[in-house]
Write a protein that binds this ligand. Structure first.
Ligand SMILES: C[S@@+](CC[C@H](N)C(=O)[O-])C[C@H]1O[C@@H](n2cnc3c(N)ncnc32)[C@H](O)[C@@H]1O
Length: 367
């Protein structure tokens, strides 16, 4: 059973919420429990005062520390999660609701008027907002939270009816229809009447992706989704490269169909391993480059090898900066770039020495 306790100045606002529909049934079935505590019961001031004017001036009243601290001291047990409803908190979503549905006991503090004395934040585990707008009090937000969390508590609603809920897999729910088959010229899609459940599942999945793309593209992230037997990878917002799924270049592909495609095997590499591979590949390139530099520096011939090696040093330097640098320690990177600069100067000097300055004009005229 998940127990909620709500600390509020307006306990009666919760009457309808607790006494209707699924929440009432969940309470009756002892799947959840909702206690409402009047914050004024913890006031030690005249007229049960719980708020006062803000220091520094300004409008509105601020909830005082004392009644809230006392209430929390009294109601908090070992496993109680303390949540403050505030527009300044982390924005509530389905993932948070799922996380909270695993708790044993949640104490929710509702603010009112101007909000809370800032010091109250020190005793809460989480600050939650239900969206970027400001309500008059935390009561409605706390009901929003309790409602969405409660329906995820085991046994509160039929599991099947929530597995495809919007947001449960970063997707909106698929379109649903009920009787009649045709209404004002609008027909129910044929596939839903076909009785072919494999086809229906496929249609629903594709429609959910389509709907999410159209209505909430912001929800769509590249994710791996396990399918029966193998893995499916959804290509969201045109991002189709596994490179964008933390594999960082280790594994890339472009799907033929953009919405949904299936692969037989997915190789997930530990980033440490990718670092090792990158370092090995750089070492190979450096070894080849240093061999070429050695030949140029120890060779007396005046062929084109020098200018070719200068070009190679430039190329490897840009490659290191644009790609390999993220896998290298700062000190090593600086030393390597410095060494390549020094070698470049050496090769350039050698090239300069080859130029016959004394006979330069004569040679030029002859050419
Ligand atoms: C008028 S609001 C105070 C807003 C406060 N001055 C601020 O801007 O942060 C009063 C109370 O309503 C609740 N509240 C208002 N909007 C909320 C939201 N979007 N999410 C969660 N709680 C909210 C909070 O408990 C808040 O303390």
């Amino acid at each position: 059973m998940l127990k909620f306790n709500v600390l509020t100045l307006f306990p009666e606002m919760f009457n309808g919420f607790k006494e209707e529909s699924i929440i009432k049934r969940a309470i009756d079935d002892k799947k959840i429990k909702i206690d409402i505590t009047n914050l004024r019961d913890y006031s030690s001031l005249k007229h049960n005062q719980v708020d006062d004017t803000p220091y520094g001036g300004g409008s509105g009243m601020v909830l005082m520390c004392d009644p809230v601290f006392k209430a929390v001291d009294d109601l908090k047990k070992k496993n109680t999660k303390i949540i403050m409803m505030t527009p300044q908190g982390e924005t509530f979503n389905q993932k948070k609701a799922e996380e909270l549905s695993k708790e044993k006991e949640i104490l929710i503090i509702c603010g009112h008027y101007e909000g809370f004395d800032e010091r109250i934040r020190s005793i809460v585990d989480e600050e939650i907002s239900i969206g970027d707008y400001v309500l008059t009090g935390g009561e409605l937000p706390s009901m929003v939270l309790m409602d969405s969390v409660s329906r995820l508590v085991d046994g509160v609603i039929d599991e099947g009816s929530r597995t495809n809920d919007s947001f449960s897999e970063d997707l909106l729910d698929y379109p649903t229809f009920t009787k009649p088959r045709e209404y004002r010229g609008m027909k129910v899609p044929e596939v839903l009447l076909s009785g072919d459940h494999k086809k229906i599942d496929k249609w629903r999945k594709e429609e959910a992706i389509k709907k999410t793309r159209e209505k909430r593209p912001d929800l769509i992230k590249p994710v791996f989704r396990k399918e029966i037997g193998d893995y499916a990878i959804y290509d969201y917002q045109g991002v189709s490269k596994a490179k964008d799924i933390k594999l960082d270049g280790a594994y890339e592909f472009n799907p033929k169909r953009r919405e949904l495609f299936t692969v037989n095997k997915v190789l997930l590499l530990d980033p440490k391993f990718i670092k090792k591979i990158a370092k090995k590949s750089l070492e190979k390139k450096l070894k080849a480059l240093f061999d070429q530099i050695d030949i140029v520096l120890n060779d007396e011939s005046d062929d084109e090898a020098g200018s070719f090696v200068l070009g190679e040093i430039d190329r490897i330097q840009s490659l290191i900066i644009s790609y390999y640098s993220k896998y290298l320690e700062d000190e090593y990177l600086a030393l390597l770039l410095f060494k390549l600069d020094a070698l470049k100067s050496e090769v350039a000097m050698k090239e300069m020495k080859k130029i016959d300055v004394v006979n330069y004009d004569k040679n030029r005229r002859r050419r």
